[in-house]
Design a protein around this ligand. Structure first.
Ligand code: FE2
Length: 296
């Protein structure tokens, strides 16, 4: 069996509004569109997935919270209805997905071998969280590529931030070893928003884009600074700034997916491709790609 490898990583945020704006048949609520620049950004990312043809998509979501350890979807086939608890008016999605259980088990084993608490999720009726579903739908709406879902232990919120993010880096390295062992050609998805300052009231028409803009100018400036560094491939500087960015912009990358992905990729100092940026209820969202096949 050939050694597996990570083909690419994507920053792939999960505002359910993007699914709502698209009106796929799986989602019950109907809209008149909205958030087009971000949805068009995902269209570009979808073309990259089509070109890369990965065997598996791995996604780490902040909204599958497991306080004891890092959990992995471990049921071959999962279906049901995923509802966003904050926006049930926008996201009630009938999902149907296939899990690469063999790779998930390898990820769990490698995480344990690295000293982390790892657990396989074996509940056949498990309701997959909206973060996982939104990211996967936006990147591959055909649902024809098996997935590995990783939970958020959220250790950066309970430990101090540096130790918590250090644990996510360990999880990333473990994930890479599991992928290499498995022979899979994998794509990683970090399901994170950048600046997470948001509005507290929803417009009467949620997709009324005359009401959509950054909630915080300082947060917007932080997002532009981080994106510009990522576009230039200055990864080391981004990770030096990350704790300040998280503190000042309330950035969702604190939940660890971004660190997990970059650790798994070996922190490449390569320019990230920005597919697009936009706000959702005032939060900053970038769809970005790091195509490792271009440097291999
Ligand atoms: Fe979120």
């Amino acid at each position: 069996m050939a050694t597996g490898k990570i083909l690419a990583g994507f920053l792939a945020p999960h505002p359910p509004h993007l699914v709502y704006g698209e009106n796929p048949p799986q989602n019950e609520p109907r809209s008149r569109g909205g958030w087009e620049p971000l949805r068009w950004a995902y269209e570009r990312a979808r073309q990259s997935i089509e070109r890369l043809k990965p065997d598996v998509l791995l996604v780490h979501s902040p909204h599958w919270v497991t306080q004891v350890g890092h959990h992995f979807l471990g049921v071959p086939h999962l279906s049901g209805k995923s509802v966003d608890p904050i926006f049930p008016n926008l996201f009630r999605y009938n999902f149907d997905l296939t899990v690469d259980v063999e790779l998930a088990e390898a990820c769990c084993e490698e995480a344990r071998a690295a000293g982390l608490v790892g657990k396989m999720m074996r509940n056949p009726k498990f309701r997959v969280d909206y973060g996982t579903i939104t990211t996967l739908h936006m990147i591959r709406p055909q649902w024809d590529i098996p997935v590995v879902g990783l939970s958020a232990n959220n250790s950066p919120y309970y430990l101090n931030m540096e130790d918590g993010l250090g644990e996510m880096a360990t999880l990333g390295a473990a994930t890479r070893r599991a992928i290499e062992r498995s022979g899979r050609r994998a794509v990683l998805l970090a399901s994170n928003t950048l600046c997470h300052w948001h509005f507290h009231e929803e417009p009467a028409i949620p997709e009324d884009m005359s009401r959509e803009h950054p909630q915080s100018y300082d947060g917007y400036l932080w997002d532009m600074r981080i994106i510009e560094l990522l576009r230039q491939g200055r990864t080391r500087e981004v990770f030096e700034l990350l704790p300040d960015f998280i503190r000042e912009a309330f950035a969702e990358v604190k939940s660890g997916a971004f660190t997990w992905m970059f650790s798994a990729m070996g922190y490449p100092e390569m320019p990230g491709e920005l597919h697009g940026y936009g706000t959702v209820i005032g939060t900053g969202n970038a769809v970005m790609e790091w195509d490792l096949t271009r440097v291999a």
